[in-house]
Design a binder for this molecule. Sequence first.
Ligand SMILES: [Zn+2]
Length: 70
Amino acid sequence: MTRWIIKCTRCGVEKQFNVAFDLTIYGSSIWLYCKNCKANTEHKVLGFIDDDTERFIHFDEAVTIKFRSV
Ligand SMILES: [Zn+2]
């Protein structure tokens, strides 16, 4: 599981999104249901929380890490 931090572009609420796959393959935004907006809205992917260090990894850095590991 990766703890991604995403932000609804309509209401601006940030939330944690736990998924077992790499969100960077979809680009920097995904469409998800927002409880606040009560609709499917575009969410900006801000980054993720690194499990080992508990550090927030910015999206741009996440993409770089991904490319490095390939
Ligand atoms: Zn929203």
